[in-house]
Write a protein that binds this ligand. Structure first.
Ligand code: BG6
Length: 483
């Protein structure tokens, strides 16, 4: 099935930090893909803004190299690259000073969508917002896009929200969580609210528990300094896993509209119960003969930062009473595998007797790799010899159902186009981010006060043993982490 591409309105998109890592890896190759698909108008403009003293042609060279290096999808030809590059400009700018702002103003057009991507350290958000406003570069219809980390606790997140709100209305602020741009994540909403099948069963009466896993094989790489101050809780749980949890647990919004969806997500976050210490397992990857330990990677032999975390979450409302949602994420695990598993309860009475065993339906939503969904159902094992039951998956791989996976835009492509379209549904609202920190902060403060030391786990394992024990105590088990 070929996806329909609806071109967006023409725009001027300024990328602050336009020569930086995120711009080179994700934003610019993503825009190029949208250009190739025909979604980016031929008169749209992308303006890189950074401290480097570049000319436009040097910036175009940098972007050409970035596309070659980071574009995984090779369906765009060289000729397109040059046409795309012709739509790029550059301005040298001093985010905290005065240099470059009048040049930027002179480059901007009046009658087009204006978007400003802050691909810079959060400490610069306030200064850039202020200068855009003071220099008359932005207007009441302009949009600003900000990246995580959005603060490191409630106090800093509130301060950032305040800095942005001083110059921009909430309807102009697009806080990116790239997990919301993933195809399967949106499919979660389509499956839950586009089918009659699931909703009647989607509650504590029929669901035993839910598992959310985001397992990575990469370590902290060159980001040791940032990561060691963050840890898995701040880096992944407060944002990405929290968003997944919201989408799986929220009530049906009255319509697919930014505030209707975000109001429901906010209610979930606010209903999350505090977590007792025995329902928190923090881990750190240990050295093997061939691999460095987390502490080596972080450059701190005494670091107590977690590169793995597993939590037993509980939502205090009617729908989820006594239905745990287990979440876990970690680096250097045995496979790159992200999925949500909704484990239903067993049938209340088995007519097939004890020898048929116990069986539970599982809806497995696979985020990456191999995006898709399977519903595990129980059937009779084929052949004579009595009524033996077996669990088999009803499978729907998106690649099979919808054609070439390469046609599916990656998260950044989709989200940037949503900014241009002015659709905030897949972006976090300020109160959502604050509520997420309000739940996260006491957990972090708790383990800091307890001087908690993360449990070691081997590189290439499924995480610390204590995480398995946490579920075992409740007669449950984590699903296997596999690609
Ligand atoms: C980022 C985190 O937000 O998400 C990284 O900072 C993490 O530590 C990454 O590796 C994971 O994203 P994805 O899309 O590869 O699952």
């Amino acid at each position: 099935m070929v996806s329909r591409v609806i071109p967006v309105e023409t725009f001027d998109l300024v990328i602050f930090g336009g020569t930086g890592d995120l711009a080179r890896r994700k934003i610019l190759p993503g825009l190029y893909r949208r250009f190739c698909s025909g979604q980016m108008p031929s008169d749209a403009r992308i303006i890189g803004a950074a401290r480097s003293d570049f000319g436009t042609s040097e910036f175009r060279d940098l972007v050409r190299d970035a596309i070659h290096e980071f574009s995984e999808k090779n369906d765009c030809d060289e000729c397109n690259i040059e046409e795309f590059l012709a739509q790029l400009d550059y301005v040298t700018i001093d985010a905290k000073g005065e240099g470059g702002w009048s040049e930027l103003k002179a480059m901007m057009r009046n009658d087009v969508v204006k978007a400003f991507y802050f691909s810079v350290a959060p400490s610069l958000f306030g200064a850039i917002a202020e200068r855009l406003h003071m220099n008359g570069i932005s207007d009441a219809d302009s949009r600003i896009v900000v990246e995580k980390p959005f603060g490191r606790d409630l106090v800093t997140a509130k301060a950032l929200n305040g800095d942005l709100a001083a110059h921009f209305d909430e309807t102009q602020i697009y806080r990116i969580d790239h997990y919301l741009g993933k195809e399967t994540v949106q499919n979660l909403m389509a499956v839950r609210f586009g089918n009659i099948l699931f909703e009647p069963l989607w509650n504590a009466q029929y669901i035993d528990h839910i598992q959310i896993t985001v397992a990575e094989t990469v370590g902290v790489g060159g980001r040791g300094e940032y990561y060691d101050r963050a840890g898995a809780m701040r880096d992944m749980v407060q944002n990405h896993l929290m968003q997944l949890l919201c989408l799986i647990a929220m009530e049906p919004p009255s319509k697919y509209d930014p505030d209707a969806v975000r109001d429901e997500k906010l209610k979930v976050i606010r209903a999350l119960e505090p977590i007792a210490p025995h329902h928190i397992v923090r881990g750190q990857y240990d050295a093997t003969e061939t691999e460095q330990s987390y502490r080596d990677d972080a450059g701190d032999p005494k670091s107590r930062t977690e590169s793995y975390i597993a939590l037993r979450c509980q939502i205090a409302n009617w729908r989820w009473a006594n239905t745990p949602i287990y979440i876990r994420t970690g680096k250097k695990l045995k496979a790159r595998a992200s999925e949500i598993a909704v484990v239903f309860k067993e049938t209340p009475h088995s007519i097939f007797g004890e020898e048929a065993g116990t069986h539970a339906n599982v809806l497995r939503i696979r985020l990456q790799p191999n995006e898709g969904m399977t519903l595990q159902v129980t059937i009779k094992e084929p052949g004579p010899g009595g009524m033996r039951l077996v669990d088999v998956p009803l499978d729907m791989s998106f690649a099979d159902a919808l054609g070439d996976e390469d046609d599916v835009p990656d998260a950044y492509e989709r989200l940037i186009m949503d900014v241009i379209r002015g659709n905030q549904t897949l972006f976090m609202r300020g109160d959502e981010v604050e509520a997420a920190w309000a739940w996260t902060d006491p957990l972090i403060n708790g383990w800091t006060a307890r001087n908690d030391v993360p449990k070691l786990y081997d590189v290439g394992s499924a995480g610390p043993d204590d995480a398995a024990l946490m579920l075992k105590r409740e007669n449950r088990a984590w699903r296997e982490i596999k690609e």
